[in-house]
Design a protein around this ligand. Sequence first.
Ligand SMILES: C[S@@+](CC[C@H](N)C(=O)[O-])C[C@H]1O[C@@H](n2cnc3c(N)ncnc32)[C@H](O)[C@@H]1O
Length: 173
Amino acid sequence: MLIALWIIIFLCLASIIKGSIRYKISPAVSGVVIQNEVIMWLNKETDLKKIIDLGAGFGFFSLKLARRFPNITVVSYEVQPIPFFVMVFLKKIFLQKNWIIYKQDFFKLKSLDACYIYCYLYADSEGKITRFLKDTISRNTKVISSTFALGLNLQHKIKVFDIYQTPIYVYFD
Ligand SMILES: C[S@@+](CC[C@H](N)C(=O)[O-])C[C@H]1O[C@@H](n2cnc3c(N)ncnc32)[C@H](O)[C@@H]1O
C-alpha cells in the first residue's frame, strides 16, 4: 500500500517536472502580494465580465479571482494533467459556478475573448506569446503579465513590494 502511494507520488512529480521542462515553466502559483495587486487593479474596472487565466497551474489564483468577483466569469486554461486535476478537484469542492476550466494548450486556441487576460508564463524572448496574443485577443482586451514582459502596448508597470520586487505589466490596445 505504502509502496503504491510512493509510486503515485513519484509519477505525479515526474509528470510535473516533464511538463515544466516542455512548457518552460512550472505550475508555481503567483505570490499572494502579486495576486492582491492584480485584484486591486481589477477592482478599478467598472465593466468587468470575463477574465482568462492563461496557464492557470493548480488554479489557486483563478479560484481566488472567481470567489472575489462572483459576477464575472473566470476561464482557466492549463495544459499539464496533474495541475488540471487539482483544478477539477478544487472546482468540485468549492462549487464555483463562475469558474470554467479547460485542459488545453492555449496556443491551439483561435481567439481569446475577455476583458482581461492574466498570465504568469515564461520569458517571451522568442516573442511566441506576444505573437499569439496579438493574433487572438479581441480589440478591447487588456493583458496583465506577471514577472515577464511581453511585446505589447505597455500602459502601466506595477512594482510589487515583495522580496523580488516582481514587476506586473499591464497592456492595453
Ligand atoms: C507559473 S504557472 C502560473 C499559474 C497561475 N496562472 C498563477 O499565476 O498562479 C504557469 C502555468 O502555465 C502552464 N502553461 C504553460 N504553457 C502553456 C500552454 N501552452 N497551454 C496551457 N498552459 C500552459 C504551465 O503548465 C504552468 O502550470
